[in-house]
Structures are given as C-alpha cells and as structure tokens.
Design a protein. Sequence first.
Length: 345
Amino acid sequence: MTELLDVRKMRILEAIVDDYILTASPVGSRTLSKHEDIELSPATIRNEMSDLTELGFLEQPHTSAGRVPNEKAYRLYVNNIMDRASLTPDETEYIRSHLNTKVSEVGEVIKQTARMLSGITNYTSVVLTPQMKRARLKHISLISVTEGSALAVIVTNSGSTMNTMLDVPKGMGQKQLEHLSALMNERCCGYRLDDIRKTLLPLLQDEVGEQADAVMDMLEGISADIEKQDVEVVGATNMLNYPEYSDVGKARSFLTEVESGDYLKRVLTTDDGVELTVRIGNENDNPELRDCSVVTVSYRVGDEKVGSMGVIGPTRMDYGKVVAVLKCMSESLSNVLSGLLDSNK
C-alpha cells in the first residue's frame, strides 16, 4: 500500500488524519497550507488531495467541503506511526510512579490500571485479569456450605483471593474438610496452582484413602476456575463525549455491548502471538464496534503472557498516543505484578 504514495502525499495524508483526529471536521487545503512541515500552496495541496481521494484514502462529504480520512487511510497511518509512537519522559514517569504505588492485591492493581488507562486516553479502557495458574498457593480453606457442597477460599502469593464452590461427597462434614485443608496447606503451600492437580493427589494418596476420587474431583473444580479471567471495563461513557456517538440509539448499543464484556473478553484472550494489535472499524467483527477502533496489548509476569489490556475509541482516535500509553502501561503492569509475586514467594 505504501508504494502508492510518495513522500509528499504521505505527509499530506498524515496531516489530514492528525487534523481530523483533533476536530472531527473535514480538512481543507487552506488549513493544510498553514502547516509548517508542508509548505505547499493550497492549489498544489488540492491536487494531492484529489489524487488521495482517487486512490481510496479520502472521502469528500460535500462538494465544497474538505476531505475526511477513511479506514484505509487510518490503517496506513497506523502502520506508518506504530514504531514512532512515544511518550515524553514526564508522561512515562507519571504512569510508572502512579502504577507503582503500594498496592498488595492483584485485583486492585488491575482496577487501578483500567482507571489510569481510561483517564489518560479519555477513551474506554478494558483490562483482562491475569490468569491465576502461575500464582503459588499461600493458603486454602474448605468450608462446608450444604450437604454435598463446600466453598474453597484460595489465597495466592500475589495477594489475590479466589472463591469457588466445589462438589464434595455426601457425608463429608466440616471436620473432614478442615482436615483436608490442613493437609493441603501443609503439603502444597508454595506450589503453582496449575501444578496442584498433578502434585497434590500423589502426595495425599495414602492419607485421603478412599476419598481420593472425591479429592480429584474437587481439584478439577479448582483447576477449571483458575483458568477463568474477568474483564475490567472503565470509561464506557467517555464515548458519549465524541460526536460520532451523539445518536442515542447508537450510544445505547455501544454501551450495552461493552458492558456485557463478552466480545471484549474474546478479543483480549485471542492469542495470535502478536503483542500489540490495532483493529480499525470493520476489522472488528462485532457490528456494534464497527465505528470504533480497538487497540490491545499483552502484559506478562516474567516471560509468561498472563493477560491483556486495551483501549476502545472512535476510528479517529489518537493512535500515536494510545499505542505509546499502552506500551508503557503494559511494561509497568508487568513489572508491578512480577514484583508482587517475587515479594510473596
């Protein structure tokens, strides 16, 4: 696509996108002629804009109006600025210092990340909670709830807590559950949660005896729950500040879709091996987000990818700022989570 545009056309296209991001109004040749880095007459710019329109990068809402970029233009723009996106040292320090405050619980770190991401960009932020399977068991309590069911309260070395309901053999009372909890705490503290199912049963085989099958079923229930991830959404109503969502019906549909979280969770859990993705307009396969762009980035604990975060905004979003903020937030969140795990080992 880039071979179609010479340096002058690319500079004009980027200027049009930059202006349209700021104003949401068609951009005219006289406006562009005032840019210091263009230095061309309005007539020359009009000719270049006409060429860009014929090439499919610009649209003209009205005969006498300026031009607006379309999805093809945004895609070229994003591909061109992706590696150049950066924050100022002060912006980077702000993110790192505020995210590195003394927070000792993973859930609060995720909420803080979502709030900061939405606040800095003025768009909608989404953060997928990290998978718990890498965390190590710090304590487990089994509490009888009804005949045949118990509540497992699991505390990890990262400070996060998980509650899950388990099926237990009928007749297994609170004393037996407390005994089982004590065995698990004694033998399995420090094990990664995704290793417990493989390691716990052999360690407890002799002591649980005929209840081994029941214990395995309980561990399967825990294993299924530690694979679950939730989505934290902040700033959904920020979209109402943009003229693209002045229509009440359109705004309502967007809010309903975003707050349900189902599509966003699917986007954030898609593992295509790419650290950062930008989906523009119709690149989103959800009809309610076809007028939006969704930018996502993964975050890690050590070398392991454990979750993702993203920003949703209009297709004329400030891509450079969003990409730079997400990269910085990803690095900072990865460092904070790794620090939580290390400090609680």
